[in-house]
Design a protein around this ligand. Structure first.
Ligand code: AOF
Ligand code: ZN
Length: 343
């Protein structure tokens, strides 16, 4: 049987999802207010700078009436520890206490150092509230995997995306790669671009394909940063990315420094690395890749075709790189493996 806590925390995950695409660099957060097993109000963080989920739910419940004791004796469920700091919005702990809530159930501690140092749990307990955590912690971390990476390492979350043949090739001997995977898989790549703040490619990809790296999904206006590992001057005049105001050309050799700068200076919270082989190799070697979205086409090229990775410095079998598979999905005629390196 699913316990009540699990049930309502799962509901907060669903509500939190509604903010996807508009709350970054903030986390996805949902909240549910419950009394006697019945939901009184639901809320979620809708956009960056807007009300936090807890406040959204409490304001809905209060309606025209005063906030004071509007949720007397109720339980609030949240997928993240309520904040106690003054950011762009006042502390959630204040409004939770004011609303007369008696118990707070949350999924996972907030990794934000500002929140941590104030200690929401202590504040809530001191005000006489019961506090329960963690609940479904792994799922809650997964939901906000980008936020957790950002807050704990001051780095963007890195997803490597590759499309390969069954024998691990990304292009023929002359570098031609259009198209290995089918239309369904390519549509999936568009979705990946949408859920990341930036797309990153190496200079060979730009010279070879002259890509736009834009998001081509009907009804979507969002434009992403494009990071190109190469100096502007290295590309011919007709290079499409030269005209893109969101294109960042860079010759930074230290990947970690580059990524830290993108996070610090441009608030780029997640980067989709789209190859080619040289970029794939240096990212994998650097240990910076969190996730690998590997599309496998039912094709074989053999021989001189270009492999997805070059030399990784691995000399013997025992030194192989671990690449644990999180999920397997059939997409059209292709297969998508989701691989997690840093879990
Ligand atoms: C919550 N509920 O719905 C969210 C929280 O600048 P602010 O005021 O929006 O604060 C941002 C920080 O607050 C963010 O880094 C994270 O630690 C927390 N986000 N907390 O209690 C929410 N979005
Ligand atoms: Zn808050």
């Amino acid at each position: 049987m699913v316990g009540q806590d699990d049930f309502f925390i799962r509901r907060t995950f669903t509500l939190a999802e509604r903010g996807r695409g508009s709350v970054s660099p903030n986390p996805l957060v949902g909240a549910v207010i419950v009394r006697n097993g019945k939901i009184l109000a639901e809320g979620w963080h809708k956009k960056y700078g807007g009300h936090h989920a807890e406040r959204d739910a409490i304001l809905k419940l209060a309606g025209q009436k005063p906030i004071k004791n509007c949720a007397r004796g109720a339980v609030i469920y949240v997928n993240l520890e309520p904040c106690a700091h003054h950011g762009q919005t006042p502390p959630c702990t204040d409004i939770i206490i004011e609303a007369g809530i008696k118990k707070v159930v949350f999924a996972v501690r907030d990794p934000n150092p500002q929140v941590r140092k104030l200690g929401s749990v202590r504040i809530l307990k001191k005000a006489g509230l019961e506090v329960v955590y963690p609940v479904l912690e792994q799922e809650a971390r997964e939901l906000n995997k980008v936020f957790f990476k950002n807050q704990t390492q001051s780095l963007p979350y890195i997803t490597l995306k590759s499309a390969v043949t069954l024998d691990g090739k990304i292009a023929d001997a002359r570098g031609r790669s259009k198209w290995l995977t089918g239309p369904e898989a390519r549509a999936e790549v568009q979705k990946l671009r949408l859920t990341h703040d930036a797309v990153l490619v190496g200079k060979n990809t730009v010279l070879q394909d002259n890509p736009r790296l834009s998001i081509r999904l009907t009804g979507i206006q969002k434009e992403n940063y494009k990071i190109i590992l190469g100096a502007r001057g290295q590309f011919p005049k007709n290079t499409k990315l030269l005209k893109d105001p969101l294109a960042i050309f860079t010759v930074e050799r230290d990947l970690k420094k580059l990524l830290a700068g993108l996070y610090r200076e441009h608030k780029i919270c997640s980067v989709l690395v789209e190859g080619g082989a040289a970029v794939n190799t240096s990212f994998l070697r650097s240990g910076m890749v969190d996730e690998w979205q590997l599309f496998i086409a039912p094709k074989i090229l053999g021989g001189d075709a270009l492999p997805v990775f070059g030399d990784l410095g691995i000399k013997k079998l025992a030194d192989f790189k671990h690449a644990p598979i999180q999920s397997v999905q059939k997409i059209g005629a292709d297969v998508l493996l989701n691989i997690r390196f840093n879990k």
